[in-house]
Design a protein around this ligand. Structure first.
Ligand SMILES: Nc1nc2c(ncn2[C@@H]2O[C@H](COP(=O)(O)OP(=O)(O)O)[C@@H](O)[C@H]2O)c(=O)[nH]1
Ligand SMILES: [Mg+2]
Length: 305
């Protein structure tokens, strides 16, 4: 198994710790927006298994960003084995922080170049839920133009309901480069959802962390807002039924006619993965068919027999 490291950098309160908790540790985004985390003191590192990779996240306390870059030796240690630096920007402070951001980005580039380190720099322009529609266009264009000049890939992200899929898409774009399974998983989900409506599907692992996610553009993401708790309890139930009765496929309907299809992919690939499809559109037969199609593609891609 490869070890891959992601370094998360950015100015204080850009949202680095929140991003890490939501994406890699499966934390509930609604809780983190309502009850913010204390500022990170000291270098926080976590290593999480993610698909066929181990991702180490170095969440550098924003407060010390200037000092990090001044202490070149230390910064090089942090970058050791990193394949990507994700630099997070709080979009609401773009105008105010732009000079500092430029200094940081120039410094990161200069230090890596000088030391012959090859690491990709990617920008996450975060918290875009906080911008009004009008502001959004202006800021989006300004950041895009700037990122273009710097020649760095840019993603707009947020953990707010209705925007969360952007964070997932951004990380899949970044991590796809690191993990073959990630890229293939995302491709399989996207392909199978192409002709669907109001449908979301994701693959989760043994810890209920979402490993890959795809949704149709019309999926009512806000609906998902109260759901993570619901999902973890249903997934837990599913796990116990699966263990006792060897059931590996369950479809349930909510009163609002949302259908949820749970399926263990373990029998097909030997990996502890489950497929969850949530649809406001598909009837039970259609959702079953979709589940079969995705499962078939998984078997073809990752099957052991
Ligand atoms: N509205 C909104 N707030 C966010 C988002 N991400 C993080 N925050 C808030 O931004 C603040 C700083 O986040 P934190 O993760 O501690 O920033 P860090 O210093 O970069 O680690 C906290 O109050 C978070 O709740 C987001 O996508 N939208
Ligand atoms: Mg932090």
């Amino acid at each position: 198994m490869d070890k891959k490291k992601i370094v998360l950098l950015g100015r204080p309160a850009a949202g680095k710790t929140t991003i890490e908790k939501v994406f890699f540790e499966g934390a509930n985004p609604a809780v983190l927006i309502d009850k913010p985390l204390p500022p990170t003191v000291g270098l926080s590192t976590v290593a999480v298994p993610w698909l066929d990779t181990t991702v180490s996240i170095f969440d550098y306390p924003g407060q010390n960003m200037a000092r990090v870059l001044d202490d070149e030796a230390k910064f090089m240690m942090i970058l050791e084995q990193a394949f990507v630096v994700v630099y997070a920007i709080d979009c609401t402070r773009w105008e105010a922080e732009r000079p500092d951001i430029q200094v940081d980005v120039d410094a990161i580039r200069a230090v890596t170049r000088k030391n012959g380190v090859e690491v990709e720099l990617v920008l996450f322009c975060h918290k875009i839920d906080l911008l009004g529609e009008h502001e959004l266009d202006g800021t989006r264009a300004a950041v895009k133009a700037w990122a273009g000049l710097q020649a760095v890939p840019l993603h707009f992200t947020s953990i707010a309901p209705g925007f969360l899929h952007l964070l997932y898409d951004a990380f899949y774009a970044v991590l796809g480069a690191a993990s073959g399974e990630a890229r293939q998983t995302k491709e399989i989900l996207d392909k199978n959802l192409r002709d669907c409506k109001r449908t979301l599907c994701f693959i989760s692992d043994a810890r209920n962390a979402v490993l890959a996610l795809a949704s149709t553009a019309d999926f009512a993401f806000p609906l998902l807002h109260p759901l993570p708790g619901f999902f973890s309890s249903v997934v837990a139930q599913f796990e116990s039924i699966k263990a006792d009765d060897k059931v590996d496929h369950v479809i349930i309907s909510t009163r609002q006619r949302t259908r949820v299809d749970f399926r263990s992919l373990e029998p097909f690939t030997g990996r502890d993965r489950r497929l969850i499809i949530v649809s406001d559109d598909l009837n039970p037969v259609a959702i079953h068919r979709l589940s079969d199609a995705i499962t078939g593609d998984f078997k073809a891609a990752f099957g052991t027999r």
